[in-house]
Ligand binder design. Sequence first.
Ligand SMILES: [Zn+2]
Length: 250
Amino acid sequence: MGIVKASPEAQLRLLELADLDTELARLDHRRRSLPEIAELEQLSVRAAKARDALVAAETELADLSREQERAERDVDQVRVRIERDQKRLDGGNVSSAKDLESLQSEVVSLKRRQGDLEEIVLELMERMEVATARRDAAAAERDSVGASVDEVTARRDAALAEIAEAAGKASAARSSVTDGVPADVLALYDKIRASAGGVGAAMLRRGRCEGCRESLSMADLNEIRAAAPDEVVRHEECRRILVRTAESGL
Ligand SMILES: [Zn+2]
């Protein structure tokens, strides 16, 4: 690129432009690093865990409930058989001693079986209590996470709206500032901005480049002193456009 020219006024506009671009970059960084973004990520991990725990507890409860129904049915069947055997014993119609003995021994074994089954029902009830507590805790965690998500989302959206408003103002200001800058200077500025850490132009203040904060060599300063006021000069070291003002120390 050869010598690029712009009036001293247009060059001063580059400083305004650099300030606005710094502000826009700051807003963009803030938008991407809002603490609410990390908070929502953590909450989403918690929500997934609560959901899994809830599904596991509900599945276990359904299994236990089926097991319990089956055990209760078994208990009922045994009870009916005991009652039937007992009726036959009490009815006095079983005359053979052998039949009587076998019937009595059946009642004894059925009662033992009934006891075992009732034990199983009790154990299942205890396990259901534990699973119910686990399900309730998971549901409470899910509700609490949901409330937090709503609260953090509202906070994030408010911050985003505030950032968008500030960015809108800065962008509008940027448009009006660029209106006064020649297109080739603007293109050069944007090119440098893209490669020099987001700052395309800086003030030369007391012999120092405000972009990279280095002092210019005597040779560079002499060269800038010799340049016409409408010549766009650059810092040899950092390549940024250097804008001359009354404070430049030339
Ligand atoms: Zn510099």
